[in-house]
Design a protein around this ligand. Structure first.
Ligand code: MEV
Length: 424
């Protein structure tokens, strides 16, 4: 567990200057075993910005941004920045997108942008009466919510309705109030959370119940994105590959063990776009996995079949609560530049593109899995990492990688040996 015996109880760490924070860490460790300069260099994001984004900031973590090429979304060619630490993810999207260009690429759809806010009412004497009292006051509820965010209302967003659910939590009946809020170009967590917080004391007064908690739901099933694409059978290696991919889909749709990995592949693409644009990766992932359970069983988020000509068709549908305003999207300079590359006008556009990337990723993963297997593609990119880890300099990396792949043993000791031979 390491040598330090110092206390981690440090008060007001956040009040220290950047350098002082790093000194504190060195003091805690008892020696300066980490490179302070590494943390002092926050790259293209000022420490001031970083420090305003989170508490007790000490530095930044650079994640590579790769560019997904070849994508056509709703008839428009698009370049898509993806932030990910995993090799093969960007290449997979480029490949999948190239193979469906002839059929027009990806076609997308988005529903309305409604987010759900929840208030949990407990200590309810009569659930049905409580439900009715709340329903009778919908106009007042609308006013309370809309007063919280007049700007949203000006933009034609704001409160759009509600639903009252009676839930048996195994201990007592809860009355769960859902408010539906159109959050326009915002992800909407701040707006919705402020609304449910403003609403709670009033609900308590009307119903004599207790508002135990109030928060947005990440199961944003009133803010869905869909993408579809068609791959010609001859462009993907013939009927055998197509049928193997369909079987792979049925496997994922029937078996939660496989579905978890299948959906993880989809999220490889989606989370990379979400991160690149400063959106909330955890919110999107939570929503996606909860949505995968909507039938009561965890299933594939995508669906695969054939068209009338026997070509492979895929669709993907999932909640996509993304924003262009607010949060890290607005303050992170790299997120802002990535949005410029995406060249979009609305959060809706971002939701569409992100969903298309998820479908592309799923196509590429399934195809690789039923043909060459995943390791071939993975390993050649992984070999680059191994070459760097073995100490290869920029001008040596390509040669070491090539020899590693050729030899078929992608290991650090092999890379070191190759490097030593090259240098001699
Ligand atoms: C690896 O990050 C993602 C895959 O496992 C997805 C899949 O199995 O479909 C390749």
């Amino acid at each position: 567990m390491g040598k330090s015996t110092a206390s981690s109880r440090i008060t007001s760490f956040y009040k220290l200057e950047h350098q002082q924070r790093l000194d504190k860490i060195a003091e805690f460790l008892g020696e300066n075993i980490f490179n302070q300069d590494h943390f002092l260099d926050t790259g293209n994001t000022d420490f001031q910005i970083v420090d305003n984004m989170i508490e007790n900031a000490i530095g930044t973590m650079n994640i590579p941004i790769g560019l997904a090429t070849n994508m056509i979304v709703d008839g428009k060619d698009k370049l898509i920045p993806m932030a990910t630490e995993e090799s093969s993810v960007v290449a997979a999207v480029c490949n999948a997108a190239r193979q469906c260009r002839d059929t027009g690429g990806f076609y997308t759809y988005t529903s309305e942008h409604i987010m759900i806010g929840q208030v949990q009412l407990i200590n309810v004497i009569n659930p049905m009466i409580t439900k009715q009292i709340i329903l009778e006051n919908e106009d007042e509820i609308k006013n309370i919510c809309n007063e919280v965010d007049p700007l949203l209302v000006q933009l034609k967003g704001g409160f759009k309705g509600m639903e009252i659910r009676i839930l048996d939590d195994g201990h007592e009946y809860n009355v769960i109030v859902h408010i539906f809020v159109d959050t326009c170009d915002a992800m909407g967590a701040n707006a919705v959370n402020s609304m449910v917080e403003a609403l709670s004391p009033v609900l308590e007064r009307w119903t004599n119940a207790k508002a135990n908690m109030r928060i947005l739901s990440n199961l944003a099933d009133k803010r869905l994105s869909m993408a579809r694409a068609t791959w010609r059978t001859e462009d993907i290696g013939g009927e055998a590959v197509r049928d193997a991919m369909l079987s792979a889909f049925r496997f994922a749709d029937s078996d939660p063990y496989r579905a978890a990995t299948h959906n993880k592949g989809i999220m490889n693409g989606i989370s990379a776009v979400i991160l690149a644009t400063g959106n909330d990766t955890r919110a999107i992932e939570a929503g996606a996995h909860a949505y995968a359970c909507q039938t009561g069983r965890y299933r594939s988020l995508s669906s695969w079949g054939v068209d009338k000509d026997g070509n492979l068709c895929g669709t993907l549908e999932l909640p996509m609560a993304v924003g262009l305003i607010g949060g890290a999207t607005k303050v992170h300079p790299t997120a802002q530049q990535n949005l410029k590359i995406l060249d979009i006008d609305s959060a809706d556009d971002l939701a569409r593109i992100t969903c298309a990337v998820g479908l592309a990723q799923n196509f590429a993963a399934m195809k690789a899995l039923v043909t060459t297997g995943i390791q071939k593609g993975h390993m050649s990119l992984h070999a680059k990492n191994i070459a760097v880890m073995a100490g290869a300099k920029a001008n040596e990396v390509n040669k070491v990688t090539e020899l590693l792949v050729k030899g078929g043993k992608i290991r650090i000791d092999v890379a070191e040996e190759i490097l030593a031979n090259l240098r001699h």
